[in-house]
Design a protein around this ligand. Sequence first.
Ligand code: NAI
Ligand SMILES: CCCCCC(=O)/C=C/C=C\C=C\C=C\[C@@H](O)[C@@H](O)CCCC(=O)O
Length: 264
Amino acid sequence: MALEGKVALVTGAARGIGKALTEILLQNGAKVALLDVDKNAGQEAVSAFDEEFGAGRSVFCCCDVSSEVQFRDAFEKSTQLFGGLDIICNNAGIVNESDWEKAVAVNLNGVIRGTFLALELMKKENGGRGGVIVNIASMAGLGPHAVAPVYTASKHGVVGFSRAIAEASTVLGYGVRINVLCPGFVQTTIFASLEKDEALEKLRNQRGKLLESWGILEPSDVAKIFLRIVLDDSSRNGGVLVITSKGAEYINFPTAADVPAATL
Ligand SMILES: NC(=O)C1=CN([C@@H]2O[C@H](COP(=O)(O)OP(=O)(O)OC[C@H]3O[C@@H](n4cnc5c(N)ncnc54)[C@H](O)[C@@H]3O)[C@@H](O)[C@H]2O)C=CC1
Ligand SMILES: CCCCCC(=O)/C=C/C=C\C=C\C=C\[C@@H](O)[C@@H](O)CCCC(=O)O
């Protein structure tokens, strides 16, 4: 199978998109470390995967990605168990506009931390075997989502950081490819929680227009695009893909040449 012998690590893997990413990695032969802050859900997920794919193909590490100590411990445990690391998906994320520092700590700092920990292991100058890092942003990482300004900021940060570290990887010869996925709406607990949020009522119709044009994805739809990116070594380092019910495509960003000459 395409990922036979490969070792992957997925954060926020106990449910939703992260669980779907884990499943498709296991279906294609990889061994997968599931990291999640929800211990019960994580253990249940691994038990189900043991049933489906056989014991020893996946392991759960309880880990809050906003904690350096917990994340580093989880990395060490999973890479020692499975031997090295080839693929990581920094997927864990939350919407919390009231405790906004927590949202930034998880959505942005957690992704930065996971990327740096992976590069420490993967980059060739450290004796690593290279690999692929896929960071999960959102459509809210590409444009302002009035429904959640802090969430928008954290996801814009994921896009900007990932594109910059990907360029560094190319220039410095890390041998690691970094890509970003920006899904639209996906039917998971995050999405469901927004339906109940009274404070968002005022903005719901703005979101309604987007729902109409983008549709609602299933986690498995995101997983299929994720697998394509992981397997496609020709895909551009630093590439950012948008995913809606209409399909997936790379976003082209303005370059320095596009910056207008000063006219004021
Ligand atoms: N559902 C949607 O409409 C979209 C979601 N996304 C992003 O996709 C990613 C996954 O989201 P969903 O699967 O929808 O959410 P979800 O809420 O269904 O799953 C998120 C998982 O992350 C875990 N998690 C939360 N905080 C954590 C932390 N500090 N450390 C470790 N694990 C933690 C949760 O326990 C949960 O298992 C997030 O980054 C989200 O921002 C992006 C675009 C659309
Ligand atoms: C509010 C957080 C939701 C959590 C899940 C998630 O990330 C969902 C994101 C889905 C949509 C994000 C939309 C972002 C929209 C902006 O880019 C907006 O400026 C796009 C306007 C496009 C249009 O009007 O057609």
